[in-house]
Design a protein around this ligand. Structure first.
Ligand code: AMP
Length: 220
C-alpha cells in the first residue's frame, strides 16, 4: 500500500496513518515528526527547519524533497508506506510523482480527510502530547486520566509550540493557499478518496478503510 493522507492540520491524518501502518506493518512517514526530531537533535536539517516551524510556515520545498527522497528509497519502504503531512505544495507533489516514476512504484491513492476550519482550530489548540513516549491527548475529547500527566508513562504533557491559536490560524491559512490545491491535483489523477473527518476516531477510520476497499490492494 502506497498512500498519502491529505487534510488540514488537526484533521486526524496522524491518527489514521498510525492505525493503517500498525495494521499493515508498513512505515508511517510524517514529515512533521522527522523535522521535529531533527530540531531536537540539532542536525543541519533541524537548524534549517526550526525558524519556519516555529512560525507555522512551510519548510522550503527543496529541503523537504531532499529529505523525502532519502526516506522513500530506504529499504523499509519497499512494501509500502503511508505519507502524513507530505506533499504540502504542488511542487512537492510533482517532485513525489517524479520520484515514484523513477522507482516505478506509483502512489496508489490520496485520502482527503475533510474537517471544517472551526473544528480543526478547536482540536489543535486542545491537543497535548507526551514528550517522552509520543502519546497524543486532547483535553476536550480524549483527556488523560490525571490532568497534565501521560497515562502511559507518567511524564508531564506538553503543548506543541506551534499548536497555539495564533500559529494554528497561520498554519490553516497556509494549508488553504498551498496544500488544498492538491485535492484537485489528485482528483485529476483519479487517486482521490474523500472522507468525512468529523466524528469519533473509530468512525472516521472505518470510513477510510471503506474508501480504500476495492481501490487499492489493501493486503500489500
Ligand atoms: P505537522 O506535524 O505535519 O503539522 O508539521 C509541523 C510543521 O513542520 C509544519 O507547520 C511545517 O513548518 C513543517 N512541515 C511538515 N511537513 C512539511 C512539508 N511537507 N512541507 C513543508 N513544511 C513541512
Amino acid at each position: 500500500m502506497r498512500l498519502l493522507l491529505l487534510g488540514a492540520p488537526g484533521s486526524g491524518k496522524g491518527t489514521v496513518a498510525q492505525r493503517l501502518c500498525n495494521e499493515r506493518d508498513i512505515p508511517q512517514i510524517s514529515t512533521g515528526d522527522i523535522l521535529r526530531e531533527a530540531v531536537r537533535e540539532g542536525t543541519d536539517l533541524g537548524l534549517k527547519a526550526k525558524s519556519y516551524m516555529d512560525a507555522g510556515k512551510l519548510v522550503p520545498d527543496e529541503v523537504i524533497l531532499g529529505m523525502m527522497e532519502k526516506r522513500l528509497t530506504a529499504p523499509d519502504c519497499a512494501s509500502g508506506y503511508v505519507l502524513d503531512g507530505f506533499p504540502r505544495t504542488l511542487a512537492q507533489a510533482t517532485g513525489l510523482d517524479e520520484l515514484t516514476e523513477r522507482t516505478e512504484k506509483p502512489l496508489e491513492a490520496a485520502v482527503y480527510i475533510e474537517v471544517p476550519e472551526d473544528e480543526v482550530i478547536k482540536r489543535i489548540t486542545s491537543r497535548r502530547s507526551c514528550p517522552k513516549c509520543g502519546a497524543i491527548y486532547n483535553v476536550l475529547y480524549s483527556p488523560p486520566k490525571k490532568e497534565g500527566i501521560c497515562d502511559a508513562c507518567g511524564a508531564a504533557l506538553e503543548q506543541r509550540s506551534d499548536d497555539t491559536e495564533e500559529v494554528v490560524k497561520n498554519r490553516y491559512q497556509i494549508y488553504l493557499k498551498e496544500t488544498s490545491p492538491l485535492i484537485e491535483y489528485y482528483h485529476g489523477q483519479d487517486k482521490l478518496i474523500t472522507v468525512d473527518g468529523v466524528g469519533g476516531m473509530d468512525e472516521v477510520y472505518s470510513r477510510v478503510t471503506a474508501g480504500l476497499e476495492g481501490r487499492i490492494a489493501t493486503g500489500s
